[in-house]
Design a protein around this ligand. Structure first.
Ligand code: UD1
Ligand code: UDP
Length: 358
């Protein structure tokens, strides 16, 4: 297989695509990048292409800021047009966003094999749009690239051995990315000195998942906890535009100033230098671990269960008291973060080799 169409649209997908685009290039494959446009601010989109040297998308569908059905539907329609024109041998999709599902559906209906990177993850919470997207994408994919053994097991339990799809545990592409840019980010980012945080323990927080932003009670609990913690530690909260909008419309007040979303290099430096992380992000939960930091997960369940099982990450939900208690706990922990369930940092290479050989 020589020609691949890759669908990206949201921030975590740009990060992941950086590793696979490099691997495709090295192995002489032709990759056509399609950006659905789901994320569109410079600091949510273009900055990743610039910093991480991701090839410019051949297509930008410019579809964003719509309800789920309208967004996904328009993306399917426009992706189909691209696939009719490009006729790739395989379509690669990442993760669990609306762009993922739309890309997979458009391809599967045209009988183009779909390769799903980050297959098999389950939170078992069907109210999350991400859970719906990942289950449906897995079911119509031909190549299921799982990041962990847990993900492989999830697929087995759902009967995937009865389907024609091929399942691989190749490790986590985000680990490849973290390793690749770790040194470069130290050289390129000045965020620690810019924020006057050198030598100071601070908390890095991110918050954007619909389950938290769309519930005033949950958002209030998390913000109350952050406000309490801000009397003890500086809080660095690069605020997703979704959360900024909701906070502006609600009467929830932060006692500290959030910052705008940052690029990947700044994010990595924040991760390396913080005391611990509080997040509802999928990717940030793992990156905290890659940089040996404990992470409080502001969700009721996670698809990255290994880190909770290993005692590195803590599920705190949207519960002010649980967040404050866990903050005290992790401040006193001294674990070595020695077990790594996410492979060896060559997931992208493995995916590219498999797709090239079909
Ligand atoms: C999406 C994904 C989520 C992922 C997140 C990564 C779905 C269902 N959700 O959520 O799984 O964790 O991306 O960040 O696909 N907005 C801007 N500027 C931007 C991007 C978004 O203002 O650059 C605004 C949009 O106008 C919209 C809101 O943020 O009002 C939400 O954006 P949307 O893409 O629908 O979902 P995310 O919350 O980003
Ligand atoms: N990220 C970033 N800047 C930020 C917040 C996140 O570069 O201000 C990176 C983060 O390091 C990770 C990816 O974006 O690589 C995760 O994206 P996000 O949290 O938006 O999505 P999720 O992983 O929850 O789907």
């Amino acid at each position: 297989m020589r020609k691949v169409v890759t669908i990206v649209g949201a921030r975590p997908q740009f990060v992941k695509a950086s590793a696979l685009s490099r691997a495709f290039l090295r192995s002489g494959m032709e990759e056509i990048l399609v950006h659905t446009g789901q994320h569109f601010d410079d600091n949510m989109a273009d900055i990743f292409f610039r910093q991480m040297e991701i090839p410019q998308p051949a297509y930008n569908l410019e579809i964003h800021s719509l309800p789920h059905g309208a967004m996904t539907g328009r993306m399917i329609e426009e992706t189909e047009k691209v696939l009719l024109k490009e006729k790739p041998g395989v379509v690669v999709v990442y993760g669990d966003t609306n762009s993922t599902l739309a890309g997979a559906l458009a391809a599967a209906k045209m009988h183009i094999p779909v390769a799903h990177v980050e297959a098999g993850l389950r939170s078992f919470n069907m109210e999350m749009p991400e859970e719906i997207n990942r289950i449906l994408t897995d079911r119509i994919s031909s190549f299921l690239f799982c990041p962990t053994e847990t993900a492989v097991e999830n697929l087995k339990k759902e009967g995937f051995s009865n389907f024609p799809a091929r399942v691989f545990n190749i490790g986590d592409v985000m680990y490849d990315v973290a390793l690749h840019y770790s040194e470069k980010s130290s050289l390129k980012s000045h965020i620690i000195s810019d924020l006057k945080l050198s030598g100071k323990p601070f908390i890095l927080a991110t918050l954007h998942r619909q389950e938290n932003t769309d519930s005033k009670e949950r958002l209030e609990e998390i913000c109350n906890a952050l406000n309490q913690l801000s009397h003890e530690y500086p809080i660095v909260l690069p605020l997703h535009p979704r959360t900024r909008k909701v906070l502006a419309e609600s009467r929830i007040v932060l006692d500290f100033a959030p910052i705008d979303p940052v690029g990947y290099f700044d994010m990595i430096e924040l991760m390396k230098n913080c005391a611990f992380v509080l997040t509802d992000s999928g990717g940030v939960q793992k990156e905290a671990f890659f940089f040996k930091k404990h992470c409080l997960v502001a969700r009721d369940e996670t698809e990255w269960t290994e880190l909770v099982d290993l005692g590195y990450n803590f599920l705190v939900g949207a519960d002010e008291n649980a967040i404050l208690t866990a903050s005290q706990l992790v401040s006193g922990l001294n674990l070595s973060f020695s077990e790594n369930p996410y492979g060896t940092g060559n997931a992208a290479e493995k995916i590219s080799d498999i797709l090239r050989s079909i």
